[in-house]
Design a protein around this ligand. Sequence first.
Ligand code: ATP
Ligand code: MG
Length: 397
Amino acid sequence: MNAKLLIRAGYIHKEMAGAYQLLPLGFMVVNKIKQIVREEMDAIDTQEMIATNLQSKELWNKTGRWDDEVVDVWFKSELKSGGEVGLAWSHEEPLANMMKNHISSYKDLPVYIYQFQNKLRNELRAKSGMMRGKEFIMKDAYSFCRNEEDHNAYYEESKVAYMKCFERMGVGDDTYVTFADGGAFTEFSHEFQTICEAGEDICYINKEKGIAINEEVFNEKTCTDLGVSADEMEKVQTAEVGNIFNFGRQKGEEVGLFFNEQDGEKTAVWMGSYGIGITRMMGVIVEKFADEKGIVWPVSVAPYQVHLVGLNGDDGEIKDCTDGIYTALQRRGVEVLYDDRDVRPGNKFADSDLLGMPYRVVSSKKMKEEGTFEVVERKTGEVNYMTEEELYSKFAA
Ligand code: ATP
Ligand code: MG
């Protein structure tokens, strides 16, 4: 459903199953999502960088993850000069390896880095539109710490930062820090699961206690450990929007990322990895808030705050008036999309509902004469009439 709506509204183009171009409007939404995540990552002292998409076979062999039996989503290619390369499905190994050039002493720790990068995964079924791509944008972060205590402190900070991101994107109330399979390194990892009909995961949640457990680890033992009983947990469909992992010292040992402790002892760096699905997030937001008329963007991620619909007809005076409102809003820093097309009002209204900007402002002959313009809130359908001055003070921050 998300891809259908986004395509119809001109946000994305489907290149092939699981691969979507971001058109100008879609690019704006993704940039809004990225900027929220960027601000929250910067706030916990994590530094932005960008890694390559081409990756070394030798490096992934070191950790046993080049094997297609171990990682079943690899895209691989051949180099003309001989040998194979992998296309990034994750950046854990390359960035751990890179840090060997930057970490040699306990004085170099901790370090936190992140990036927004395309990930390529040869997913067998790409069926949920933007929510599961073969090529998608992820924010991935990596922490490099001296010991478990420092690691845990950052890990907890990252949980708070992630929840701030999801709150700012309007899905905070429906997003749970969820106990999930920890893989080889720890008993649990933590997922951020958002209640969403179109999601692919099933979780058991307790709203009052704020506890959520992925079905993959939902059993008596987990419940007892978390102080809940299985029958007070509600089964819900969810989408995984983020995932954070503790690697312990294992990955450092595997790739050879060591540092000298104060007493000179050679010690493996304690690592963690932290992902947010940026383009999946866009799909989840569409799924959660869309109605029968189209997309409904939360203010924080909408490409434009105002969709100015000019019912100018061929009346030059009305056109001048609407043009004036457009320029005045822009001058005040308001993000405004202006529909000045020569099409029927019904089409314009239907399109503005489909595109989903938080507010529609209508300018017409009648409104110009009366000196008040119609303002419709997309989410609630609430209608208000405002003078030009009222418009400017409502929308200019
Ligand atoms: P999933 O279980 O959904 O396949 P994952 O556990 O393999 O995801 P991670 O490697 O933890 O995913 O990636 C971090 C985040 O990237 C996920 O939490 C999710 O939001 C997003 N993500 C993962 N795979 C995809 C995909 N194929 N398309 C879009 N987003 C994805
Ligand atoms: Mg995951």
